[in-house]
Design a binder for this molecule. Structure first.
Ligand code: TRP
Length: 346
């Protein structure tokens, strides 16, 4: 049976929050039943904005992996891979760099935003971030890329690169397609999008006390002054959370009715939400704690996924090198290119 191939990943910026959990990780876990899956720990991509703190990377990788596994990513069925341990990602990125103009990369919206925010001269690494991402995908000839909407410009570029390559050198790459997450982005406790750097996230590794404290501080309906004023349910993060995490639909409907008619206070609904959320997260926290206590095992999982992936990435690079006239080497394991083709080097 031929299975479509998925590649997706995260930059290891630390523990995952519950927005990652319901927006991404639970979807990835389900996709493992239908696709051949590669989940990438994009450590090279971290360096594009944060290269001066190398001591954090290892811990961040362990924390992210523990969350991935707790959420149901299964190393027996999917390959979890470390970007920096597979030189073919960087190699393919360099070669793809020949097919893309600087101007095209400067037009990518996230790049423009970051340059504005950074307040300093953008690095070459930041500019070529999307080219590396195209290499991540195409080095495995992945055709389906589950991502959030923010990543669409990158997938579009990967498609363009694949297309240009194929037109120039013959059919080698699929034109990958994004598989958009069906779950709306979870708001943070302050009602902005949940984001690690906003300080508004609830983490999978938070204790139940921390989770309760964050829920009790949550933004609700700012137009409501007294708890017996009629309240707004739409766009109210407390209700968005209840809809996602509370399995008792009848109770949620009843809460909505009482809230709208001024018969339910914020404290009561938040207390119940804290309970619901803690029940949802309890088994995940337990699994996570087991994984994080075994960093050696985490590294072994990463190592074996990476080895498996490398068999494919090497083949692709061999094929690409031949296409681009760089080496005539056919075998994916062969050393001794010099010996085989002395003429090239003399
Ligand atoms: N840019 C992605 C993020 O910030 C991470 C990433 C790197 C990725 N390479 C990828 C995602 C390839 C999908 C496919 O989360």
């Amino acid at each position: 049976m031929h299975m479509d191939r998925i590649l997706t990943g995260h930059r290891p910026t630390g523990p995952r929050h519950i927005g990652h959990l319901v927006g991404t990780l639970e979807t990835w876990a389900k996709l493992q039943d239908i696709y051949e899956c590669f989940f990438l720990v994009a450590d090279l991509h971290v360096l594009t904005t944060d290269y001066a703190r190398p001591e954090r990377i290892h811990d961040n990788i362990c924390n992210m992996l523990a969350d991935w596994l707790a959420a149901g990513i299964d190393p027996a069925r999917a390959s979890i891979i470390l970007q920096s341990a597979i030189p073919e990602h960087a190699q393919l990125s360099l070669l793809f760099g020949m097919l893309v103009t600087v101007r095209r990369l400067e037009r990518i919206p996230t790049y423009k935003e970051q340059v504005k925010e950074l307040n300093l001269q953008p690095s070459l690494g930041l500019l070529t971030y999307p080219v590396l991402q195209a290499a991540d995908i195409l080095v495995y000839k992945a055709n389906t890329i589950p991502v959030g909407e923010d990543q669409l410009p990158y997938i579009e570029l990967a498609r363009e690169i694949a297309h240009r390559f194929n037109q120039t050198f013959g059919q080698v790459f699929p034109e990958p397609e994004a598989l958009l997450s069906q779950v709306a982005r979870l708001p943070g406790v302050d009602n902005r999008t949940m984001h690690t750097s906003y300080g508004n996230a609830i983490y999978m590794c938070d204790t139940s006390e921390e989770t309760t404290r964050k829920v009790m501080s949550m933004y609700t309906d700012s137009t409501r002054i007294h708890s017996n004023d009629p309240g707004h349910v739409e766009g109210n993060p407390v209700f968005i959370y209840h809809e996602i995490f509370n399995p008792n639909l009848e109770e949620v409907e009843e809460f909505k009715h009482r809230y709208r008619t001024g018969k339910m206070g914020d404290v009561e609904i938040k207390k119940r939400l804290a309970e619901v959320l803690n029940t949802y997260l309890a088994p995940l926290r337990e699994r996570r704690a087991k994984f994080i206590a075994q960093p050696k095992m985490l590294m072994e999982i990463l190592h074996s996924g990476t080895e498996r992936a490398r068999l494919i990435s090497r083949q692709t690079i061999d094929e690409v090198q031949v296409c681009m006239g760089l080496s005539q080497r056919q075998s994916s394991t062969g050393y001794g290119v010099v010996g085989q083709y002395p003429g090239v080097f003399c």
